[in-house]
Design a protein around this ligand. Structure first.
Ligand code: ZN
Length: 235
């Protein structure tokens, strides 16, 4: 009887030690995880358009801008995550950000994007779009920034320089100031990247290919990461 009694005490004691050890390990893990996450900066990526709003359409393939935007945004997410950033997508799926496509849906869609940007206090915001112009010879990537934000301008110039350095870049351009809701809705250094022209057949052929989308995402990320590592986002 004494033997079993001793063993029960011993077992009970071992169980207690194990439970305390597991609790400690769990708390330590949870704490270090929370600390690591609190130190990580967030990047908001905004895939333009979506749902009933497909944006502009490729003149040869009929590909919707919204689909290319989403694809590039997902590739861009991978780039930032690999660099250690937390990423929030305003539009993670093909659906628009309005409840129903009734009157005022575009306004509701834009307000939702603004809400997501403001709520996450990101280090930067990158909005992804495709261009279209009546003059079909126009080609190339164009970055826009918020006029009254030096940080936004610096970010835009670094991303534009990175895009200009791509071998497929036929004409180097400068980043431009733009009066757009998604740039003006927060104090976050924000840019719009128009990756190319869906009104130009050569640009369109590039933009619908996964290989080029990956190159564009890598070029945007390279410019943005040089901005983030410079600390220029801390203003
Ligand atoms: Zn667009």
């Amino acid at each position: 009887m004494g033997f079993f009694y001793k063993h029960r005490i011993l077992l009970g004691f071992s169980g207690l030690v194990l439970a305390v050890a597991v609790t400690f390990a769990f708390c330590f893990f949870a704490l270090s995880r929370a600390t690591a996450q609190s130190l990580r900066l967030t990047v908001v990526i905004d895939a333009g358009h979506g749902g009933v709003d497909g944006g502009v359409v490729g003149t040869v393939s009929g590909t919707k801008e919204s689909d290319i935007n989403l694809s590039v945004s997902r590739l861009l997410q991978r780039e930032f995550e690999e660099a250690g950033f937390l990423v929030v997508q305003t539009r993670p799926t093909e659906a628009g950000l309005y409840d129903a496509a009734t009157a005022g849906y575009k306004r509701r869609d834009m307000e939702k994007r603004a809400e997501i940007i403001q709520k996450n206090s990101p280090a930067i915001m990158v909005s992804v779009h495709q261009n279209f112009f009546s003059q079909t010879s126009r080609r190339g990537a164009q970055v826009f920034y918020r006029e009254d934000s030096e940080a936004s301008k610096t970010l835009a110039c670094l991303v534009q320089t990175s895009l200009n350095s791509m071998p497929e870049c036929v004409k180097k351009t400068s980043a431009l100031a733009g009066d757009y809701f998604v740039l003006n809705c927060s104090d976050t250094p924000s840019i719009i990247v128009e990756c190319g022209f869906l009104s130009n057949p050569q640009d369109e052929a590039l933009l619908i290919s996964k290989a080029y989308q990956e190159k564009i995402a890598a070029a945007i990320a390279a410019g943005a990461l040089s901005f983030l590592s410079s600390g220029a986002n801390v203003v």
